[in-house]
Design a protein around this ligand. Structure first.
Ligand code: N01
Length: 540
């Protein structure tokens, strides 16, 4: 049977449509199937994996420890898998998701290579009609997006891009066959997390690397290492407790969060603490050091100064170090990257740093990239320029709610949701890790599991009560949006031009999009909403 015929035989009317086959979509499909719902699931990629299907650039991997960067809902899945490294690379994470998909037999539920191009709500029948790029239309009671937060690649509109005669790739749409950098002159645009992972590796492979930096980034060593047999055994023994800690922690991680303020100790002790945590590596450097680094400017400055000094020590040429040292925004208000030898890479003879604040990009030409100073001849350009975060993956689906209004229209001044999982005038639409939920501020699998389970329970409730629809009341949504903003304003995070703020996408409204009240607190709140018969929702 051809793929087309097989698709043709699939149901055109189902209980639920799920979009996406990453961590979120796989678990959602599993839960809905277990509940006995009929469903269709669409994935624009050729296989499972989501983020890890697309982001195959050199050095791509997770900044969450492997043993928590996975599902916790099934003991069998947990015990049947062993991670090799503290921070897993892209290939290992993809293998893990393949393992889960095969173990739970999830692949047959998906139509791969099938992008959703639109979804329209029919108010009379309380049904969604989902359209795909193959021209198929499927009707469903529930529409569930599992499209990730960082899956809509942002390629800057630099004049002349199409005239470039070499290869050009965005980190988030990397060729599956890989890119051969050997003997090549490579340009990387951007210095965010993706670039900071890729640059040390590309520098070792390429003949020459030019890094085009607009904003210098703070970065902390990841301290990655192989997991030895003893650590593996300890993790297997303690994993339940570790995962339970994640579920109630502020960022879905099992860290030893500090309860001490930066000025509760003297400068010498601070230095000792920062250094000790620096040697351990990972985000604990931030969260394990002092509790007030994201809310107190002076406390934050002590951490920022520590990293600035580390950059000075790592980079031999003081002029290059000066360009690399971030100024003008508090540390970790742009998402803090973790690295393996990033700053040291600038000591290599084959690496040049171009400060775009001094010499901005003018255009891309056939043979390379021209700044206001000169033309850099290049064979390959890597766009490590990030994503239209949080809202982009949703608005591009072409979802139309009541009255034909699109999500993009409704969110023209910034995303408006209730709990980050639903939005008024879009009944029975559930967004896994949508804007207004903690999502990207913590460990994604922890956030995803909580949302999937909450959505599954909600659908169960609706079916048990023979209810046709659920959607937030405008008042509840208004209050949630205000709450999300109010919490963000108590922190330093809105101070930076970050993708959390939409600042990396020209014309995007400047609004802090995720919920920063803490993952554990959010989980509790969502549970209370459900227990109070879905407080803030209207059920029809
Ligand atoms: O994207 P980014 P990313 N001209 O937006 C620059 C997650 N992630 O793909 O700062 C020149 O952070 C831009 O400059 P500026 C993680 O949550 C996780 O690196 O806007 N430069 C910036 O330097 C992360 O935060 C992992 O001035 C331009 C860079 O491009 C998120 O994904 C690994 C430009 C974009 O940085 C996004 O990371 C990787 C222009 N026109 C990613 N436009 C792990 O867990 C943009 N830039 C390991």
């Amino acid at each position: 049977m051809s793929v087309k015929e097989e698709r043709g035989s699939r149901a055109a009317r189902v209980d639920a449509v799920v979009i996406g086959a990453g961590f979120a979509g796989l678990y959602m499909v599993h839960r809905l199937r277990e509940m006995g719902l009929s469903l269709r699931a669409f994935e624009r990629g050729g296989g499972v994996g989501g983020t890890w299907y697309w982001n195959r650039y050199p050095g791509a991997g997770s900044d969450s420890e492997s043993w928590v960067y996975s599902y916790s809902f099934s003991d069998e899945l947990v015990q049947g898998w062993q991670w090799s490294r503290r921070f897993p690379g892209q290939a290992e994470i993809l293998r893990y998701l393949e393992y889960v998909a095969d173990k739970l037999d999830l692949k047959p539920a998906f139509d791969f290579d099938t992008a959703v191009t639109g979804a329209t709500y029919d108010e009379q029948r309380a049904l969604w009609t989902v359209e795909t790029e193959t021209g198929e239309r499927v009707e469903a009671r529930y529409l569930i997006t599992a499209v990730g937060c960082l899956s809509s690649a942002q390629v800057p509109a630099i004049p002349g891009r199409d005239s470039f005669e070499g290869e050009q790739h965005h980190t988030g749409a990397w060729p599956h066959a890989g890119v051969d950098f050997s003997g090549k002159r490579v340009g990387v645009i951007g210095t965010g997390s993706s670039a900071i992972q890729a640059i040390p590796i590309i520098a070792r492979q390429a003949a020459h690397l030019t890094v085009f930096q607009r904003t210098p980034q703070f970065s902390v060593p990841n301290g990655n290492r192989d997991l030895g047999p003893e650590e593996q055994a300890r993790l297997r023994r303690d994993i339940r407790q570790i995962r339970e800690t994640c579920k109630w922690s502020s960022i879905g991680q099992p860290y030893d969060f500090s309860s001490v303020g930066a000025f509760d100790v003297d400068a010498e002790e601070r230095q000792r603490q920062y250094e000790a945590n620096w040697q351990k590596g990972g985000f604990e450097w931030m969260f394990g050091s002092y509790k007030d680094l994201l809310v107190d400017e002076a406390a934050n400055a002590t951490a920022a100064d520590f990293v600035r000094q580390k950059i000075r020590e790592a980079v031999r040429d003081p002029a290059v170090a000066r360009k690399l040292i971030p100024q003008g925004y508090p540390i970790a208000t742009k998402r803090l990257p973790l690295d393996a030898g990033y700053f040291e890479t600038y000591n290599r003879d084959n690496v040049v740093l171009v400060d775009l604040r001094e010499t901005p990009i003018q255009e891309i030409v056939a043979q390379g990239l021209r700044t206001s100073e000169k033309t850099y001849p290049l064979d390959i350009i890597v766009f490590a320029t990030g994503f239209d975060a949080l809202t982009g993956p949703l608005t591009r689906l072409g979802i139309r709610g009541r009255g034909g209004v699109t999500l993009g229209e409704k969110w023209a001044a910034g995303p408006r949701t209730y709990l980050g999982v639903s939005t008024a005038d879009f009944p029975n639409l559930f967004m896994i890790t949508g804007p207004g939920s903690p999502s990207v501020l913590g460990n994604m699998p922890t956030s995803i599991e909580q949302h999937v389970e909450w959505i599954a329970d909600c659908i169960d409730y609706l079916r048990a009560h023979k209810a046709a629809t659920i959607e937030p009341t405008p008042d509840a949504e208004e209050a949630w949006v205000a709450h999300v903003n109010e919490l963000a304003d108590k922190t330093l995070l809105p101070r930076a031009d970050s993708w959390y703020m939409g600042a990396n996408v020209p014309g995007k409204p400047r609004v802090f999009m995720p919920y920063i009240g803490g993952f554990g607190a959010y989980r509790k709140l969502c549970a209370e909403v459900a227990a109070e018969r879905y407080r803030g929702f209207s059920i029809g």
